[in-house]
Design a protein around this ligand. Structure first.
Ligand code: PNS
Length: 165
């Protein structure tokens, strides 16, 4: 009998910082795929909150107990990375209709570039449907409470930074 290939999904993003919405999507992905590769984009963003290395370290710690989650970085075209990793799927979270247009455009463009990889959309729990890294950063910077929106490790790191300033 032919051995089945492992089903690998790539979950790409900036994850600056990783939120509980991302964590929720990764946990859902773990139930569907043999391996979920959290792929952190190495872009030259002007002012990231956390360096790529910190984001990798945080995500690895958050998923330290889940052997089927791998955290990696990529640059260049996402589909090239997915191809190199032998992924059959790209996972993206859809929070609201407002995400849809951008996500559909990316999914169709990625399909055109590399038809062998399928984009799979998943909806996070409703409690996270309004959570984004951008809002978390803004709320924290303005002194708001971000408990429950991000993993406790992210919250702790943010407080450490604020304390060091
Ligand atoms: O969730 P984010 O942070 O908006 O992620 C965007 C991401 C990383 C998925 C997207 O910018 C991307 O895929 N960048 C890699 C470059 C690429 O392949 N661009 C063409 C997309 S159609």
């Amino acid at each position: 009998m032919a051995t089945e290939r492992a089903r690998i999904a790539v979950y790409p993003g900036s994850f600056d910082p990783i939120t509980n919405g991302h964590v929720d999507i990764i946990e859902r992905g773990v139930r569907l795929f043999d391996r979920v590769v959290v792929a952190i984009l190495r872009n030259i963003e002007k002012s990231p909150l956390f360096s790529v290395d910190e984001r990798v370290e945080i995500a690895r710690r958050v998923f330290a107990d889940v052997p089927t989650v791998e955290v990696d970085t990529f640059d260049g075209l996402l589909v090239e990375y997915a191809r190199r990793r032998g992924a059959t799927a790209i996972v993206r979270g859809l929070r609201a209709i407002s995400d849809f247009e951008y996500e559909m455009q990316m999914a169709l463009m990625n399909r055109r570039l590399y038809p062998d990889v399928e984009t799979v959309f998943m909806m996070p729990a409703e409690t996270y449907s309004y959570v984004s890294s951008r809002l978390v950063k803004e709320i924290f910077a303005l002194g708001g409470n971000i408990a429950g929106l991000v993993p406790p490790l992210v919250e702790a790191r943010l407080h450490e930074r604020a304390g060091a300033r």
